[in-house]
Design a protein around this ligand. Structure first.
Ligand code: M6R
Length: 609
């Protein structure tokens, strides 16, 4: 995720900016840059790569000035490059901006600006904001910011510099974090507290829609109508390490809690404002594109493979195309029957997994069309595939994948709705129903995350078990696989998932008194069958923890414990039912004293075969 820092005061800005940006490095980034007001103009310096590359570029020629902004970029629009790095300026260089988030309507704004002969130097959505500032400037910096905010749609935290008004920085935010740090004779802006705690612990958090004018001696906050807002200042008492994790004990937990925001970012620009349809501008598929597609392959490893299993249900049910799901390391050596009538969807959070990349190359060699679903812009699979759709989950640091998985599911569901619309399988009413359900998910996840006490108790009660089993049918089975993977990789408990109907074909022999069995029972069409399987394990004295939908008054008769998820449309249940499984694994790992973020023997990105 991108990082922002800003400084205004009596001291040199550049050293603070570089230092603050280094404190945000843990969030992941691909390029970095700073802008400093120097001798009557704004000097912008930026480059692709690590901060060290920027430091070297500036060595012996550090911008001199006491006001500036800095940015570490995690690419969303346009691959990592010097030109796409922030800050961005308008053509005159008088307005400079750093931006986190996504400007949803940047294409139409850019087209209007291009028609007025504006020249763009980057492929980013953010650059339009600097141009809009220049076009709309009326001698009043604050008023111009407000006017531009009325023109842009999407999510953002933004910090502006204006060469004509060099005594202030202006910043604002919507759906992206921004904090202000208060010093004496100096003030600070950052996307995250670690960037500023070496300088000050007196901070306040900006809320959506607030606009702050930051000078060296004061900070003035107002809303878009000019109504003053008084902010509550608080003292940060986290240490630097806790601050990186946003106050969470582990990155994994932080990332679990980031899921509502990650979901919203995945939806950004893809869900029509009136809720009537899904669009993937980056794919721009037509009915003809699908006329000759006879089969879809979905390929990934680990969690990405599990996401593919859910994707199969979505695409088969909503788009009515046959789908085969493969583990990348199997696909690449199994001489698959695949040709130009196939579409191969490659799923990879990192976009760098060696087997996945090899499978993608194999699919292309055999003539298949290819689409990459990845979280990392400009990654190897993004470059190698014919087309790419980004999940926009933000950097995932914990080895155990959480928000990458749920955003992959969401993206595939939206993709299935998109193809369903294009092929005419979904009528307007059904599409609207699905879109409405999709839009509710971030809030439903938020609700789930508010209520985790019960999960902590179960994790303490059962965290020392040797084995745990996960059962489910249909979509619940696919989610069960992911739940078991989470449990084994971070708690080292032997965890296995089975299609519930398979139980009596062998696994039932392992079910003995006291073994915890997690039964997912969220799918109405196979509910009774799942309950029968639940009873089979209960009859062997297993301890059953059921995951069911709110309002299911039946299940408590059979299970020892029930975890309820908000009631949702069938296709959305995997996005909800996986949450308690992620948290159970997390708290079980804590109970067992495991290193949650760095489990033994595992790496975040598996770039070797
Ligand atoms: O970066 P990728 O999505 O290609 O990674 C694939 C797997 O290595 C990954 O999903 C792994 O299974 C997770 N760490 C599990 O939490």
């Amino acid at each position: 995720m991108c990082g922002i820092v800003g400084y205004i005061g009596d001291k040199q800005a550049a050293p603070f900016l570089l230092d603050g940006m280094s404190k945000l490095e843990y969030r992941g980034y691909d390029s970095a840059g700073i802008a400093v007001f120097e001798k009557g103009r704004i000097r912008v310096e930026k480059c692709v790569g690590r901060l060290e590359a920027l430091r070297q570029k500036l060595s012996g020629n550090m911008p001199a000035g006491t006001m500036g902004i800095g940015h570490t970029r995690w690419a969303t629009h346009g691959r990592p490059s010097d030109r796409n790095a922030h800050p961005h300026a308008d053509s005159s260089g008088e307005f400079v901006v750093v931006h986190n988030g996504i400007i949803e309507n940047y294409m139409s704004l850019k087209e209007e600006l291009l028609a007025k002969n504006h020249v763009f130097l980057s492929e980013t959505d953010s650059e339009v904001v600097a141009h809009l500032m220049a076009v709309n400037y009326n001698g009043d910096f604050e008023e111009t910011v407000k006017k531009v905010l009325g023109m842009i749609e999407g999510s953002y935290s933004l910090v502006f510099l204006c060469a004509k008004e060099p005594d202030k920085l202006i910043c604002t935010k919507k759906d992206n974090p921004l904090v202000i740090g208060l010093g004496t004779g100096e003030n600070f802006i950052a996307s995250d507290i670690p960037a500023i705690i070496a300088k000050t612990r007196r901070t306040f958090i900006m809320n959506d829609g607030e606009i702050a004018t930051v000078t060296k001696d004061a900070v003035w906050v107002q809303d878009i109508k000019g109504t003053p807002i008084s902010k509550k200042v608080f003292e940060v008492n986290w240490n630097a390490e806790a601050a990186e994790k946003g106050g969470f004990e582990h990155f994994m937990l932080k990332e679990i809690y980031e899921q509502p925001k990650a979901m919203r970012d995945t939806m950004t620009g893809r869900v029509a404002h009136d809720g009537s349809r899904i669009d993937f501008e980056e794919l721009n598929w037509t009915k003809e594109d699908f006329a000759d597609i006879s089969k879809i392959f979905i390929i990934g490893c680990g969690t990405a493979y599990h996401a593919g299993m859910v994707g199969k249900y979505y695409l088969e049910q909503l788009a009515r195309v046959p789908v085969e799901v493969d583990i990348a390391s199997e696909f690449r050596y199994r001489n698959p029957i695949i040709d130009s009538s196939c579409l191969t969807i490659i799923i990879s959070q990192s976009g760098e997994t060696s087997d996945t990349l090899a499978a993608l190359k194999e699919a292309r060699r055999l003539g298949s069309r290819t689409l990459a679903i990845t979280n990392v812009v400009g990654s190897s699979v993004a470059r190698e595939a014919d087309q790419v759709a980004y999940t926009h989950a933000g950097p995932e640091i914990a080895v155990a994948s959480t928000k990458a998985y749920t955003t992959q599911l969401l993206l595939m569901l939206m993709l299935a709705v998109y193809v369903g619309q294009i092929k005419g399988n979904l009528n307007d009413d059904r599409t609207r129903e699905l879109v409405t359900a999709i839009k509710q998910v971030p809030e439903q996840i938020h609700q789930l995350l508010e209520n985790v006490e019960q999960l902590k108790v179960f994790a303490t009660q059962y965290g020392n078990s040797e084995d745990v089993f996960y059962l489910g049918r249909s979509l619940d089975y696919a989610v069960a696989l992911e739940g078991a993977l989470k449990m084994k990789e971070i708690s080292y408990i032997h965890a296995e998932a089975y299609a519930a109907g398979e139980l009596k074909h062998g696994t039932l022999a392992l079910i003995v008194e006291g073994v915890p069995v997690i039964v997912l029972a969220t799918q109405n069409d196979v509910y009774d069958k799942t309950i029968s399987n639940l009873q089979e394990v209960k009859a062997r004295d297993a301890v059953v923890i059921a995951i069911a939908q709110e309002g299911d008054s039946n299940i408590a008769k059979y299970a020892d414990h029930v975890i309820f998820i908000p009631r949702a449309e069938k296709y959305l249940t995997p996005l909800l039912s996986v949450l308690p499984l992620q948290l159970l694994a997390y708290y079980a790992a804590l109970t067992r004293g495991c290193d949650v973020d760095k489990p033994r023997n595992l790496a975040k990105s598996v770039t070797v075969e």
